[in-house]
Design a protein around this ligand. Structure first.
Ligand code: S3P
Length: 188
C-alpha cells in the first residue's frame, strides 16, 4: 500500500480540456509510483475506437453513458489496479451521478485554468471533437460558464494553475492529499 493513499482510493483530476490533467496526472504518478489511469483512454480501449470516432459514430450521449459505466466500475471494483491517479475527460462532471461517484473515489482536484491559457494549450491537438470546427474561444468560454459551477461542487480542492508549472501543481496536491485522506478516514 502506498503511504499516500489508503487502499483503493485515488487522486482524481478534473477540469476543462487543456487544463493539464494528463500532464499533471503522469507527473503525480511518477512522483508517487501510483498507477496512472485516464478515463478517456480506458473508454478508447474498451470500445476499440479513439474519442473523435466514438463521438462521430456513437454520439456524445453514448460517450457520456460509457463514462458513467466506467466510473461505476471503478467505484465498485476498488483494487490497486483500478485506483491511483485518475485523469478524467473534461465533461465527466456533467451528470449529477458522475459528480457523486467522483467524490467517492477519493481526493478530487480541479485544475482551474484561465481562458487564454486554455486557448494556447488546445491550439494544436485535433483529438477533441467538441473543439473541432468551432470558434474555440467562444466554445471554451461557453463550456467554462456552464461547467465551472459543476467543477466547483465536485472538487475537494481547486487549484488556479494558469501560471504554475506542472511540478508546482504536483507539489500542491501532494501537500494537501494526506490531510484529506486522514480526515476522510477519521470521518468514516
Ligand atoms: C471532453 C473532453 C475530452 C474528452 C471528450 C469530451 C469534454 O477530454 O473526454 O473529447 O466534454 O470536455 P479532455 O478533457 O481530456 O480533453
Amino acid at each position: 500500500m502506498s503511504p499516500l493513499l489508503p487502499n483503493g482510493r485515488s487522486i482524481v483530476l478534473i477540469g476543462l480540456m487543456g487544463c493539464g490533467k494528463s500532464t499533471i496526472g503522469r507527473e503525480l504518478s511518477r512522483a508517487t509510483s501510483l498507477p496512472f489511469l485516464d478515463t478517456d483512454m480506458l473508454i478508447e480501449d474498451q470500445v476499440g475506437m479513439e474519442i473523435p470516432r466514438i463521438f462521430a459514430e456513437m454520439g456524445e450521449s453514448r460517450f457520456r453513458v460509457l463514462e458513467t459505466a466506467l466510473l461505476n466500475y471503478l467505484r465498485d471494483n476498488p483494487s490497486p489496479r483500478s485506483s491511483g491517479i485518475i485523469a478524467t475527460g473534461g465533461g465527466i462532471i456533467l451528470r449529477q451521478e458522475n459528480r457523486a461517484i467522483l467524490r467517492s473515489l477519493g481526493f478530487v482536484v480541479w485544475l482551474d485554468v484561465d481562458l487564454p491559457n486554455l486557448l494556447s494549450r488546445t491550439a494544436r491537438a485535433q483529438n477533441r471533437p467538441l473543439l473541432h470546427n468551432a470558434d474555440r474561444e467562444s466554445r471554451l468560454r461557453e463550456l467554462m460558464a456552464i461547467r465551472s459551477p459543476l467543477y466547483e461542487q465536485t472538487a475537494h480542492l481547486r487549484i488556479n494553475s494558469s501560471n504554475l508549472k506542472a511540478s508546482q501543481v504536483v507539489d500542491l496536491i501532494l501537500q494537501q492529499a494526506p490531510s484529506f485522506f486522514a480526515d476522510s478516514l477519521s470521518n468514516g
